[in-house]
Design a binder for this molecule. Structure first.
Ligand code: NAG
Length: 501
C-alpha cells in the first residue's frame, strides 16, 4: 500500500493479504456478475471487489483496479428499479434501456426544518444520494447505527432512514436511522458519553470501493465536498469500515480530517455533536457541482485536483509550455489495461504518438501501487490515453491544461463514457478528446463475425438490457487502433498543448 501512508502494521499486512488474493477472485466476480445479471434485477455483492494486475511496463506502475465495480454500478444506476436488488420480490420487468437514461445529477431540493436555531435538512429524494444535515443537539449511537436529534423546544417526531453510501441503491451497506425527538425532555434521548466540539461526517465504505473509479467518484470526491470547508477540524464516523481503503487513501483522508476515523459499527458510546452530516452526496459522476457545495463554500473539481497536488506534493500545475520551451516534447502516458478492453497494438500506437511529437510511456494498472507513486508518475505527463476503464481516473493527477484521450470501445458506449470521464475531465480543467473505435478495430468482429447482432445492431443489444452490453462490449472486447484514423486525435492533443503558454 501507499509508501506515503502510515497505517498500523496490522492494517498494512491485512491490506496486503487482501490485495494479493484480489486478482483471481476479482476476475471471477466480474464474470459471475456478467453471467448472473441476466435476471431483471441487479445483482450486487456486499464486499469490495479488488482486482489486481501486476504487469509493469517501462517501469511505470499506475494504480487502477479492474472494472468489476464500475460495471456493477451500472447494473444499479442504469436499471431504474435496481433498488429491487434488496427486495427480490419487487422484480423489475420493465426492460431497461440504458442508453435512454440521462447522466444523473443530484439537483433535488431538500426541505429544511427549523426551530430555534435547530436545523434538520434531509434530502431523501435525490436521484443518487440521500443525506441529512443536522445542526443542534445531535447524538450518535454507532452500534445501533442511530442518530438522535434532540430539539431545543417541543417539535414533531420525525424519522429518516439514510444509506450513508453515496449511491442510495447500494445493497450491502446498512442504513442509518435519523430520528428527531418530540421535546428536549424526551426520555428517548441517550445520554452523551463524549461531547465533541468539532463537526462530524458520517459515511460508509464498502459498496463499490475497491474499484479505483468508484473510490474517487463514490467516496473521495463527495467526502471532499462534504468536509473540505472544515479545514481538517472534522471527525469522520465510518460505517462498514475498510482498513485497507483508509490505508490506501490515508494521505487524502488525513488532510481532510486530522482525527482518527471512528469505526462506527463498533462504537458503543453515545457521541454528541453540534453539527453532523449523515451520508455523502454524489453531485455528479466523479465531479463536483459548485452550486451544490454545502455551507456556501463553493468548491469545484479544480479545487479537488489542486488539493490532491498539495497532498502528494505534485510539482506540475500546468502542462509543458511549447511556447516557452519549443525543444521539449510533451509526454503521453498510454494506459494498458490488465485484461479485456486492451490495446492489441501498443507498439503501433506508440510509434504513431512518437511520430506526432510525443514522448511515450506505457503504463499498466496495479491496484496495490502506492498512490503517491502513481500520482507522481501521472503528473509528470501532459496527456493520458486509455480505453474506457478505471485507469482513466488517474486524470485527477494530470496537470490542468493537459489532455485526456478516451478510446471508446465499439458498441454505442459514448454516452456512458462521457458521463464517467468526459464531463469529469472537463470539470478538472483538462481537454477531453474522444476516439470511438470502429467495428473494424474491435476484436469482437473477428470473434463473432459480421452477422452477429452484437456487431450488426448495438442499439438492439442496449435495448435488451445492461447484461449483454457489459458482457460483450465491456467484457469481451479488445481494440486494435487504426493509427491512420487515430492520427488526427493525436494532432488535436498536440495542438491543444501548443496553445498553452
Ligand atoms: C446503543 O445501541 C445499542 C444497540 O442497539 C444498545 O444496546 C445500547 O443500549 C445503546 N446505547 C445507549 C447509551 O443508548
Amino acid at each position: 500500500m501507499g509508501g506515503e501512508a502510515k497505517p498500523g502494521r496490522g492494517i498494512k499486512s491485512w491490506a496486503q493479504r487482501h490485495l494479493n488474493t484480489g486478482f483471481a477472485a476479482g476476475f471471477l466476480l466480474v464474470l459471475l456478475t456478467y453471467l448472473v445479471v441476466s435476471q431483471q434485477f441487479a445483482v450486487t455483492a456486499p464486499n469490495a471487489v479488488t482486482t489486481k494486475g501486476s504487469r509493469v511496463v517501462d517501469k511505470q506502475v499506475i494504480g487502477a483496479a479492474g472494472d468489476a465495480g464500475l460495471e456493477k454500478k451500472r447494473d444499479q444506476e442504469w436499471q431504474p428499479k435496481a433498488a429491487a436488488a434488496e427486495e427480490p420480490d419487487k422484480k423489475d420487468t420493465s426492460g431497461a434501456v440504458p442508453t435512454q437514461e440521462s447522466p444523473k445529477r443530484d439537483d433535488a431540493d431538500a426541505k429544511p426544518f427549523e426551530t430555534d436555531g435547530d436545523k434538520v435538512v434531509c434530502n431523501t429524494d435525490g436521484p443518487v444520494s440521500e443525506t441529512c444535515d443536522l445542526d443542534g443537539d445531535v447524538r450518535t449511537n454507532g452500534s445501533a447505527l442511530s442518530v438522535t436529534f434532540v430539539p431545543s423546544s417541543p417539535s414533531e417526531r420525525r424519522e429518516w432512514r439514510i444509506r450513508p453510501y453515496s449511491r442510495r441503491t447500494m445493497a450491502g451497506v446498512d442504513k442509518v436511522t435519523v430520528a428527531q425527538l418530540e421535546s428536549p425532555q424526551d426520555p428517548a434521548a441517550p445520554p452523551c458519553a463524549v461531547t465533541h466540539d468539532m463537526p462530524a461526517v458520517l459515511f460508509a465504505l464498502g459498496g463499490l470501493t475497491g474499484n479505483y473509479w468508484h473510490d474517487f467518484s463514490d467516496v473521495l470526491v463527495p467526502l471532499f465536498a462534504a468536509s473540505r470547508r472544515y479545514g481538517g477540524d472534522v471527525l469522520f464516523l465510518v460505517s462498514n469500515i475498510q482498513p485497507w481503503w483508509l490505508g490506501k487513501y490515508e494521505a487524502v483522508v488525513r488532510r481532510l480530517s486530522r482525527y482518527d476515523a471512528v469505526d462506527l459499527d463498533r462504537d458503543a458510546q453515545v457521541r454528541c455533536f453540534r453539527h453532523l452530516t449523515v451520508g455523502l452526496r454524489l453531485h455528479k459522476e466523479l465531479s463536483i457541482v459548485p452550486e451544490l457545495s454545502p455551507g456556501g463554500h463553493r468548491l469545484t473539481m479544480g479545487d479537488f485536483t489542486a488539493f490532491l497536488r498539495e497532498t502528494y506534493a505534485l510539482p506540475r500545475a500546468a502542462p509543458v509550455s511549447l511556447a516557452r520551451e519549443p525543444g521539449r516534447k510533451p509526454r503521453l502516458m498510454l494506459i494498458q489495461r490488465p485484461h479485456y478492453r486492451r490495446f492489441e497494438n501498443v507498439p503501433g500506437i506508440r510509434k504513431a504518438a512518437e511520430a506526432a511529437g510525443f514522448e511515450v510511456t506505457v503504463a499498466s494498472p496495479r491496484a496495490d501501487a502506492p498512490l503517491g507513486e502513481t500520482a507522481r508518475a501521472v503528473n509528470s505527463h501532459d496527456v493520458l490515453l486509455g480505453v474506457h476503464g478505471a485507469g482513466l481516473t488517474n486524470a485527477v493527477f494530470l496537470p490542468p491544461g493537459g489532455v485526456v484521450i478516451q478510446v471508446v470501445p465499439y458498441g454505442k458506449l459514448e454516452r456512458m463514457a462521457r458521463a464517467d470521464f468526459g464531463e469529469p475531465v472537463a470539470d478538472m480543467g483538462l481537454r477531453y478528446l474522444e476516439y470511438s473505435v470502429a467495428v473494424e478495430e474491435s476484436s469482437l468482429l473477428e470473434m463473432l463475425g459480421p452477422e452477429h447482432p452484437v456487431i450488426k445492431d448495438p442499439e438492439a443489444v442496449h435495448r435488451s438490457g445492461w447484461d449483454k452490453v457489459a458482457e460483450y462490449y465491456l467484457g469481451k472486447q479488445d481494440v486494435r487502433i487504426d493509427v491512420g484514423r487515430f492520427a488526427p486525435t493525436l494532432a488535436q492533443a498536440l495542438d491543444h498543448l501548443r496553445q498553452q503558454r
